[in-house]
Design a protein around this ligand. Structure first.
Ligand SMILES: [Zn+2]
Length: 355
């Protein structure tokens, strides 16, 4: 599959072309080959490939560098491949999540030879499966210098709104202990499940913070997501546990989030089982503020977790911005509105070209 010059010159055609190359996670070699060949043909970019992840960069000696990033993979096909277009709507796998966004990064790479910032582009594999396979995650560990930038735009679907930063997420297990006994002589035991009562009370009465960071309001949450315990129908249980998920605003890093959870459950055994960092919106940075302005001036906090946090771990503020509707991601009737692709393309272009 060759991405012709005409296709590279049009963000809508490019979206269609990328969507029509199958690239379910772990099967990205063909699309990566096509994008790599297109980038190398351009001549004004240095291109590095690591596995099925590509990083392309301008090297114009500008004082600032902005990263545009998008994943190449999709979730499995569900009777929605290849694309079809009806009027102003392109239907098909990847149209929203996120080849319409990835296409914009590639289109900027292909058509803006002398941007006002140095630009880096990352096209990566395996975003839709476990984090250990995620191309951006792997690169942030093995070759962080390739991702260096002052600001990053991840072109995930946001329906054309700037969604800044992202909340972090942490899962902890709160465990209670007791003493087993026959339930016919329960006074000889200590019921660990009953001891979960105060844990649930603390969750019930917990008042989640609303935190403003750089003008974005993040609403936190601390919630039980699993509960367990028990030995048999006639045994007083000696162990009970609640798994709690904490979604935390980007004014807290993982250490601060853990300290907070330990404080909430003071007196109980708390073990962190899983954690992913938050990402500051960074809208106080000029390159970010200028991007918000170019995208129409509106922005909101990203409440979910996205790969922008990979940039955060490298100290790079990042926003999400893409033409797709996030509510259509992973759905059989995934689609993208063509005018929205054009609007987002115009905003990005104005941003990287403005004098
Ligand atoms: Zn995505």
């Amino acid at each position: 599959m060759v991405l012709s010059e005409a296709v590279l010159a049009d963000p809508v055609e490019l979206t269609r072309a990328l969507c029509d190359i199958p690239s379910v996670s772990r099967d990205e070699a063909a699309i990566c080959d096509a994008v790599e060949a297109a980038l190398k043909r351009l001549g004004h970019l240095t291109v590095e490939r690591v596995g099925n992840t590509l990083v392309a960069r301008t090297d114009l000696g500008r004082d600032r560098r902005v990263m545009l990033a998008g994943h190449l993979d999709t979730v499995p096909v569900n009777g929605n491949f290849p694309t079809r277009t009806e009027g102003d709507v392109m239907w098909g796998l990847g149209t929203s999540d996120m080849k319409s966004g990835t296409a914009l990064a590639l289109w900027i790479a292909a058509t803006v030879e002398r941007p006002r910032f140095d630009l880096s582009f990352a096209f990566y594999d395996c975003e839709e499966i476990e984090a250990v396979h995620n191309g951006l995650n792997k690169l942030s560990q093995s070759r962080p210098e390739l991702l260096a930038a002052d600001f990053a735009i991840l072109l995930e679907p946001t329906y054309g709104l700037v969604e800044a930063g992202c909340q972090g997420t942490m899962r902890v297990r709160v465990t209670t202990r007791g003493k087993r006994a026959h339930s016919a002589r329960s006074w000889k035991g200590e019921n660990a499940i009953h001891r979960l009562g105060p844990v649930l009370e603390r969750l019930n009465s917990y008042e989640a913070r609303e935190v403003e960071v750089d003008g974005c309001v993040y609403r936190e949450g601390l919630n039980a997501v699993f509960i367990g315990g028990g030995v048999a129908g006639n045994v007083i249980p000696d162990e009970g546990w609640v798994d709690v998920n904490y979604r935390f605003a980007p004014d807290r890093d993982e250490a601060a989030a853990e300290a907070h959870v330990r404080e909430v459950f003071a007196g109980f055994e708390v073990e962190v089982s899983d954690t992913a960092p938050s990402c500051r919106p960074g809208l106080d940075r000029p390159e970010a503020a200028e991007f918000v302005a170019a995208a129409g001036g509106e922005f909101r906090a990203k409440l979910g977790w996205t790969d922008v946090a990979r940039f955060a771990t490298l100290g790079i503020p990042a926003v999400n911005f893409g033409p797709g509707d996030p509510n259509l991601a992973h759905k059989q009737d995934e689609r993208v509105e063509i005018p929205r692709i054009r609007d987002c393309a115009a905003a990005l272009r104005a941003y990287v070209e403005a004098s």
